[in-house]
Ligand binder design. Structure first.
Ligand SMILES: Cc1cc2nc3c(=O)[nH]c(=O)nc-3n(C[C@H](O)[C@H](O)[C@H](O)COP(=O)(O)OP(=O)(O)OC[C@H]3O[C@@H](n4cnc5c(N)ncnc54)[C@H](O)[C@@H]3O)c2cc1C
Length: 368
């Protein structure tokens, strides 16, 4: 049976960054990454619509679920320096979102692949870990072989657009998994929005205490677009989502405008303000200037459900954060570390989830 100092399970964002940081510090240690796919970083390629929104320069308390567990480590992590050291120049947009200057996710995967080769880090592909046992060391089982390791890092990611048994592996070792549900995912609504499918509106969205300005993209049965994905972090069934379709115009201004033009065809007049199908939908129930202005300021939808994991960018839930230390070492199993999205951490849209994955992997790689 092959024996390693460190086995990392998963060659995604967190597993790769962990391996690189560890090997840089410990060039003579024996390390392997076990990856169930036939290549590294499959999910990284999908990120940021293929452009890889790899981080964000602004972090607020509500950027992450369970922020209090990671705030110290996140504040110490400099994402621009982290990529700069690998030769990746970043490009920043108005919202503080960071991309590789090339704006191609494949460039990031290529650079990571090069770093793994340069540091002579072994990667075993098509190796799905099926079980982990703790004896004196860890025995890590694949479908046809097993490996012995002194330390194990679990970096298996989440159910969002991927398959993983990482949660089961950790449960088997004694960890508790907080209930899993999709997040950064479109929202199904009770109202019929079929006629609006494919239409985008810029608006201020409010649900409970959360409000954000951005773009909604209507889907056949619900709301998508970055704004809806962010709302999905806050909504529950039956919550009311209220869209203000003209946030910089007051109710009074809109009402007076509509009153002034009441003798003309209002459906046409409003085309300068909103997409045609949205106006027609509003005019189905709103008839008077007051009703129309009210509806433009309060275009409301009732949450029916969230779309499934196959449409989600991340998962809420995962390994209970009370069971890991600040350096992501397990409190339950000695010499075991848990990084990335398999933990009960998820962030808003804008680079926060990858940034947590790089940060947690890098932290463990440095501190093992
Ligand atoms: C469509 C999409 C777009 C996204 N866009 C962005 C974005 O622009 N910015 C952003 O910050 N975040 C984005 N995210 C989220 C981000 O990709 C994830 O949060 C991040 O990749 C998590 O990193 P990870 O290392 O924890 O998991 P992953 O990157 O999923 O890596 C886990 C790896 O473990 C492997 N694995 C799992 N189980 C086993 C096993 N038993 N044995 C061996 N290998 C195993 C998997 O095959 C996978 O390679 C997006 C996600 C999706 C789905």
């Amino acid at each position: 049976m092959d024996k390693y100092d460190v086995v990392i399970i998963g060659a995604g964002a967190s597993g790769i960054s962990c391996a690189i940081a560890y090997k840089q510090k410990n060039p003579f240690k024996k390390i392997v990454i076990l990856e169930q796919n036939d290549r590294i970083g499959k999910k990284i390629l999908k990120t940021g619509n293929g452009k890889c929104n790899l981080g964000n320069v602004h972090i607020k308390e509500n950027s992450y679920h369970n922020w209090e567990y990671i705030k110290r480590a996140m504040k110490q992590f400099d994402i621009i320096d982290y990529f700069g050291e690998m030769g990746v120049i970043t490009r920043q947009d108005e919202q503080g979102r960071l991309y590789p200057y090339s704006e191609t996710a494949s460039s990031i995967v290529d650079i990571f692949r090069y770093e793994l080769e340069r540091l002579q880090i072994e990667v075993r592909y098509s190796f799905q870990v099926t079980n982990i046992f703790t004896e004196k060391n860890f025995i890590v089982y694949g479908t046809s072989t097993k490996i012995e390791a002194e330390k194990v890092v679990v970096a298996t990611g989440s159910f969002a657009q991927e398959k993983t048994n990482g949660y089961e592996l950790l449960e088997h070792l004694g960890h508790h998994i907080k209930p899993l549900s999709p997040r950064l995912v479109p929202i199904k609504v009770e109202e019929s929005v079929k006629s609006l499918q494919g239409i985008r509106v810029k608006c201020l969205a409010k649900v409970k205490e959360f409000e954000e300005y951005g773009e909604i993209l209507f889907k056949e049965a619900g709301l998508s677009g970055i704004l809806a994905l962010n709302l999905s972090r806050y909504v529950n069934k039956n919550d009311k989502i209220v869209l203000d379709l003209a946030p910089d115009k007051s109710y009074l201004t809109l009402k007076e405008l509509i009153e002034k033009l009441a003798s003309r065809d209002i459906a046409t007049i409003l085309r300068g303000l909103l997409p045609k199908m949205v106006i027609l939908d509003i005019l189905k129930t709103a008839k008077t200037p007051e009703e129309i202005a009210t509806k433009i300021k309060n275009y409301s939808f009732t949450v029916k459900d969230l779309y499934d994991f196959e449409f989600a960018q991340v998962a809420r839930g995962g390994v209970d954060m009370d069971e890991v230390k600040e350096d992501f070492a397990s409190k339950i199993i000695n010499n075991c570390y848990i990084v990335g999205e398999v933990l009960d951490i998820d962030g808003e849209c804008g680079g926060y989830n990858l940034m947590f994955a790089w940060m947690s992997g890098n932290t463990v790689g440095k501190h093992i």
